[in-house]
Write a new protein. Structure first.
Length: 499
């Protein structure tokens, strides 16, 4: 009964005209950035953060959340019609979605992508609502020691689930932690690693790091691409599924929803990991694996359900524990901080309208996306025909304006450009930047909780193993390190990411 009352409160907040408007703006922008290759949800959220200063907190978060899961929808359109992933989680959809389009089944591919995403989004929203209350109650029992141990587990999980080399992922986490401690120490007032530069005394902003690594770098890398866009527009009819297609797709949608819901909660998880894992499983259990890569509808249905479920359940650790578990959630922490909201379990009790309004808006946003995506396919196709060389100056300009307006200083723009060059270097070295952003955001929080725990225990380091929850989290982190270090597990992990 409490859950129904909470959901009634949430829908009451989400269905107000102003919040409906911002939900629509969010999903429309999300679809747009998903359709257009070159700028992902992290950079877009970073760019739009300054515009949310004047908004009510719930309206701002509803819009930013809509951008994130809207990008999962839009990315599938580009993947199916152009064979170019508009968003990283749509890479897998290219494999079978574009082949379906070339065989004259573009309408069916777009329909199954939209319906699978809506179904998964609905289930994920219900799951978020169901688990939020018990998880928040558990989180209220957490002290500084438990939060520190949880963040250690989260960073180790991010390393394990990061693509590519473990050593490179660890290096990125450490670099993020080091960048996070630049600035004035809040306890002693001593400036750390600012090299005498006054602008660095307050540290480096999360918008600067995110926009540089995910915005500027992505634009530069896209300019290097010489691939020509082959847009499939012929036979774009029948935006629905036949009975046989529905029968083949539905089990994959169920499996993708379940898998994405679980992987979305894990540290370092989210939409992209869920989509890759779903495709791998569908191919493994198929009676005839040879159909994959040639237009198998299961290869579209499963990953599209998984990436949307993963995108939405990644809000669970943020809303209940205050811990971001991927790069987009790190930006959401920045958005909440701007509005003086401390992410964590207290949000549910101190601001229930915001908490449940955000959850209810996810279902409303998913419904809007189904209505937006299928009828407006023609408009998205015309946007895809615009040459990228004409788009990137405008994208770069908006990114620079967004960074500048945070503190009204050109130094931030120069920092962003530097991080953009660093992001290009990371791409050339096959280093994934997401662990760096997680380390950057979690670093100051880890340091603060470490100091608090040691102060409360009068400097006793055994406080972290004397408290049961903290000890359990550290044991889980240690087991994760041991397991991933086993040669057989390392080989299997490399094979999974290679596939």
């Amino acid at each position: 009964m409490d859950l129904l009352n909470h959901l009634a409160l949430g829908f009451g907040v989400a269905l107000t005209p102003v919040n409906l408007l911002y939900a629509f703006i969010g999903v429309l922008l999300g679809t747009l950035i998903g359709v257009l290759p070159g700028i992902g949800p992290v950079a877009t959220i970073a760019m739009l953060l300054p515009t949310t200063y004047a908004l009510q907190p719930v309206s701002a978060l509803i819009m930013l959340a809509g951008i994130y899961y809207g990008a999962q929808y839009g990315g599938s359109t580009t993947a199916i019609l152009v064979n170019m992933p508009g968003e990283s989680s749509s890479v897998v959809t290219c494999l079978d979605g574009h082949q379906m389009a070339r065989r004259g089944q573009a309408g069916a591919a777009l329909a199954v992508a939209a319906l699978a995403s809506f179904f998964a989004g609905t289930i994920a929203t219900v799951l978020i609502a169901a688990v939020s209350t018990p998880l928040s109650a558990l989180a209220l029992k957490f002290g500084p020691a438990e939060y520190f141990s949880l963040m250690v587990l989260g960073l180790i999980g991010a390393v394990v689930l990061a693509h590519g080399s473990l050593i490179k992922a660890i290096a990125m986490i450490v670099l993020g932690l080091l960048i996070g401690i630049i600035g004035t120490d809040v306890n002693s007032g001593v400036a750390r690693f600012d090299f005498g530069i006054p602008e660095l005394s307050d540290g480096i902003g999360v918008v600067v790091v995110a926009m540089g690594l995910f915005g500027f770098a992505e634009i530069i890398l896209n300019l290097e691409s010489t691939d020509k866009r082959e847009i499939v527009t012929t036979k774009l009819k029948g935006l629905w599924l036949s009975k046989a297609q529905f029968k083949a797709a539905f089990p994959a949608v169920l499996r993708g929803t379940g898998l994405g819901s679980v992987l979305g909660v894990l540290p370092g998880g989210g939409a992209m990991l869920s989509a890759f894992a779903s495709y791998t499983i569908e191919k493994k259990i198929a009676k005839d694996p040879s159909i994959f890569g040639k237009g198998a509808i299961q290869g579209v249905a499963g990953p599209e359900a998984a990436n949307n479920a993963g995108a939405q359940t990644s809000f669970i650790p943020l809303l209940t524990l205050g811990i971001p578990e991927n790069a987009v959630m790190a930006m959401m922490v920045g958005a909440m901080t701007i509005h003086n909201i401390q992410p964590g379990p207290q949000v549910m009790t101190s601001n229930p309208g915001l908490f449940w309004g955000l959850i209810a808006s996810m279902w409303i946003g998913n419904l809007m996306l189904v209505v937006l995506n299928l009828p407006l396919i023609g408009m998205w196709i015309k946007l895809l025909a615009v040459p990228y060389r004409m788009l990137y100056p405008a994208i770069l300009l908006f990114c620079a304006i967004g960074v500048y307006t945070v503190n009204n200083t050109s130094f931030d723009v120069m920092q962003t450009a530097a991080f953009g060059l660093l992001g290009v270097l990371f791409a050339k070295l096959a280093c994934e930047p997401a662990p760096l952003l997680l380390g950057f955001v979690l670093g100051p929080m880890m340091e603060e909780n470490l100091r608090r725990a040691l102060l409360l225990s009068r400097g006793d380091p055994f406080v972290f193993v004397q408290r049961p929850i903290s000890a359990g989290l550290l044991i889980a982190a240690a087991l994760l390190i041991v397991i991933i270090g086993l040669p057989n597990v390392k080989r299997k992990r490399a094979e999974a990411f290679q596939e």
